[in-house]
Design a protein around this ligand. Structure first.
Ligand code: NI
Length: 135
């Protein structure tokens, strides 16, 4: 039987949505105020779901302290209080939309998680706008 465990995390970051192949007018038309050249910030809320069988030896799917530490090390330390466009290699050439941020976080965590587990990442850019990657 598959059981899912969840961990929530949080980071603050600035970004600007911008396609360098477009004119300023087109960027403003598509991204609105999110294309403001001077950036703006979000309080990102992250939910990470890991699913798998319960290990009969530990009674756990995965040690939540290990998962919390992984998220802190690989996601929070990487993105918290950063300007995503300017300060991170991940978004140097990738538009830091909620969709792309969520995919990048999923890829980073997936690399560190044993293959036997399913991984789902949900990223809230605002309490009402959120994106989900994985299963
Ligand atoms: Ni934004």
């Amino acid at each position: 039987m598959k059981v899912s465990i969840f961990r929530r995390a949080h980071f603050n970051a600035a970004h600007r949505l911008h396609n360098p192949d477009w004119t300023d007018e087109k960027n403003m038309e598509v991204f609105g105020v999110c294309s403001n050249p001077n950036y703006h910030g979000h309080n990102y809320e992250l939910e990470v779901k890991v699913s798998g069988e319960i290990d009969p030896e530990t009674g756990m799917v995965l040690n939540l302290a290990w998962l919390a530490d992984l998220i802190k090390r690989e996601v929070e330390h990487r993105f918290d209080h950063k300007n995503l466009n300017v300060d991170t290699v991940e978004f140097k050439n990738l538009n830091p939309t909620a969709e792309n941020i969520c995919v990048v976080i999923w890829q980073i965590l997936r690399e560190h998680l044993p293959q036997k587990f399913d991984l789902l990442v949900r990223l809230y850019e605002t309490p009402r706008n959120f994106v989900e990657v994985g299963h």
